[in-house]
Ligand binder design. Structure first.
Ligand code: ZN
Length: 348
């Protein structure tokens, strides 16, 4: 569902979003949002470039500074005329008037045009002539990527995906499929992006103080980074090897989560079963992350057997929910998961 741009306008100051100016009192959330708008993307100010003013009574829209009659604001389009404008901060309403109920443009300048400026002035008038203000309608905002002018996350995502190619996008796309619950896909995506709020990440962002311990809650020996928590830690390695033993596979674990995910995906060549295979990776990292949070927030204990059981139960539930409970029971899944996976996909 589209979000009216007016709501975004009410919540956000468009002139700040994308302006590049940061204030120390701004919240971290707001600074992150501004970075999305103007940050490291190749196409800077992507958000503002897709927003237009829709003119109502012209009382709120800036004549020179906002894009209301074209893709570009008039200040950028006609810098020479802007430099001699009588009012540089005036609204659209102040640039004309109603005469006998009909809108007439009435632009004012600080001096008469030089001869070579007259064509510029005529061009500006030709551009705005078809447009007019309306007495009974407020100025609004329009999101140009949707036909109804309302903002939608989908259109913004499609725009960014088209203009900003993410590295390893194939790897990321594998984390999203219909067999994996969206909450698990989101976690996998954060892990592969290195965006998980581990202790090291939180301390780097000054969310937890420097004096606080950032040691891994599983081993209490190494700092808690994404790669350590899910792969390098002895406990996590035991879990992975336990899972692979259950699946009848022997392998050497790489040292980065991204490499491991790629390795895991390449272990199964049968195309139909790949989605379930990726779900197993997601279930394992999901279970490790939940246990980590339970230890941090609820003083839970590290329990290898219990966690391995949970991974087997969760993966069975999630796969069964997608392909149907009638294909096999948990005991079959527990004893011979590989046959169950093959049979599940051949019947789905
Ligand atoms: Zn550890």
């Amino acid at each position: 569902m589209g979000l009216p741009i007016a709501i975004l306008k009410r919540e956000c100051n468009f002139s700040v979003l994308g302006s590049g100016g940061r204030r120390s009192e701004e919240s971290r959330w707001w600074r992150d949002l501004c970075c999305v708008s103007e940050g490291d993307l190749q196409n800077k100010n992507w958000f503002l470039s897709n927003v237009r003013r829709s003119i109502g009574d012209g009382a709120a829209a800036s004549f020179w500074h906002e894009a209301w009659c074209d893709d570009e604001c008039l200040k950028s389009k006609y810098p020479r005329l802007f430099s001699i404008a009588d009012s540089k901060s005036g609204t659209v309403a102040e640039a004309g008037l109603f005469e006998d109920g009909v809108w007439k443009w009435n632009l004012r300048w600080r001096r008469l045009f030089f001869q070579w400026e007259e064509e510029l002035g005529a061009d500006l008038l030709r551009r705005i002539q078809p447009l007019c203000c309306f007495r009974d309608k407020k100025d609004g905002w329009r999101w140009v990527l949707e036909t109804d002018g309302r903002f939608s996350v989908r259109s913004a995502y499609v725009f960014l995906a088209r203009h900003y190619s993410m590295p390893h996008s194939v790897c990321y796309s594998k984390a999203w499929n219909r067999f994996i619950p969206s909450k698990v896909s989101a976690l996998m995506w954060k892990i592969l992006q290195g965006r998980l709020p581990t202790k090291i990440a939180l301390q780097r962002r000054c969310i937890i103080p420097q004096s606080e311990s950032v040691l891994c809650v599983f081993c209490h020996r190494h700092a808690e980074s994404v790669d350590h928590l899910f792969l390098e830690c002895e406990f996590s390695q035991r879990i992975w090897h336990g899972c692979y033993k259950w699946l009848g596979i022997s392998c050497v674990l790489p040292t980065s989560c991204k490499d491991h995910f790629v390795q895991h995906c390449s272990m199964w060549n049968y195309k139909k079963c790949r989605k379930i295979w990726r779900l197993l990776w997601g279930t394992t990292v999901w279970s490790l992350w939940l246990l980590r949070n339970e230890i941090v927030f609820s003083n839970a204990c590290v329990d290898y057997i219990h966690l391995l059981d949970l991974i087997q139960v969760r993966s069975w539930r999630w796969v069964s929910a997608k392909v149907g409970h009638t294909h096999y029971g948990f005991v079959q899944w527990y004893i011979d998961p590989m046959t169950c996976i093959t049979s599940a996909m051949s019947k789905s």
